[in-house]
Ligand binder design. Structure first.
Ligand SMILES: NC(=O)c1ccc[n+]([C@@H]2O[C@H](COP(=O)([O-])OP(=O)(O)OC[C@H]3O[C@@H](n4cnc5c(N)ncnc54)[C@H](OP(=O)(O)O)[C@@H]3O)[C@@H](O)[C@H]2O)c1
Length: 237
């Protein structure tokens, strides 16, 4: 069957949660998938309905070498990179009065420097595509601060949002468009210990995936910089 959209997309953290939901959505749309995970054996390709077998490759956001080798493997297999979904992330509570610099550094490393590393590796291919796309799974925690206890995560996600906007300047003339998706609570392992506050629901990973698919479907002259995804009314940003 002829696929509607055979662009090549790399997805980080594609083994579970939001990354897996995005992989499933884009597979159904016909994208050719290059899936990155720290442990590639945790990606169950049989559960992803892709017409063309996905490439599965090791990718650790803290290790630039894996960003480079995964990028090269994607180009070797598909000959192009049209889109990158920056999804892998970690959240550890580190508040204003915390002495836990190790976890602050971890979140900076995974949530900001990881995407920056992979973008440096993939930028030449994304620019030469002429219609390159970057979807950055940020968070509403990259838009506003709801308390003092999540400073580390918020700081790393504010930085990730700034990366999205800087990238829009970097690649605009080459047809590269970047979108930050900023959801509230999403029903994944990351927040399985969190109960949604009164009046709020956990967003499904599939709804976040639909936002990513929407951004990827837009033409160069209809770029959306940020998609804020709420399950309750918020007016603080
Ligand atoms: N869940 C929410 O409420 C929520 C809300 C807004 C934004 N987000 C963002 O959405 C993204 C996906 O999160 P999720 O909710 O799907 O969480 P999740 O289920 O905990 O999945 C996190 C993903 O990130 C990967 N990852 C963690 N550290 C990594 C590293 N050093 N290198 C490569 N991959 C790494 C994990 O891989 P392993 O399996 O190897 O650990 C896993 O695939 C994150 O950026 C998160 O900040 C989540």
């Amino acid at each position: 069957m002829l696929q509607a959209d055979q662009r090549v997309v790399m997805i980080t953290g594609a083994n579970r949660g939001i990354g897996l939901a995005i992989a499933n959505n884009l597979a159904q749309a016909g994208f050719r998938l290059s899936l990155g995970a720290r442990d590639p054996s945790t990606i169950d390709t049989s559960s992803i309905a892709s017409a063309i077998s996905p490439l599965v490759h090791a990718y650790d956001a803290t290790d630039k070498q894996t960003a480079d080798s995964w990028t090269q493997a994607t180009l070797d297999q598909f000959g192009a990179i049209d889109a990158v979904v920056l999804n892998a992330g970690v959240m550890v509570p580190v508040g204003v009065s915390s002495e836990n610099e190790a976890d602050m550094d971890l979140m900076w490393n995974v949530n900001f420097k990881g995407p920056w590393r992979l973008l440096r590796a993939t930028l030449p291919a994304l620019k030469s595509s002429g219609h390159g796309r970057v979807i950055n799974v940020v968070s509403l925690s990259g838009k506003r601060v709801m308390g003092s206890g999540n400073l580390g995560y918020c700081a790393s996600k504010f930085a990730a949002l700034s990366l999205t906007h800087a990238l829009r300047h970097e690649g605009w003339g080459d047809g590269l468009r970047a979108t930050a998706i900023c959801p509230g609570l999403v029903d994944t392992d990351m927040v399985s210990h969190v109960t949604a506050p009164e009046g709020e629901f956990k967003i499904t990973p599939e709804a976040v995936a639909a936002s990513a698919a929407y951004a990827l479907a837009l033409p160069n002259d209809a770029s959306v910089a940020e998609i804020l995804v709420n399950s309750r009314l918020e007016s603080t940003f």
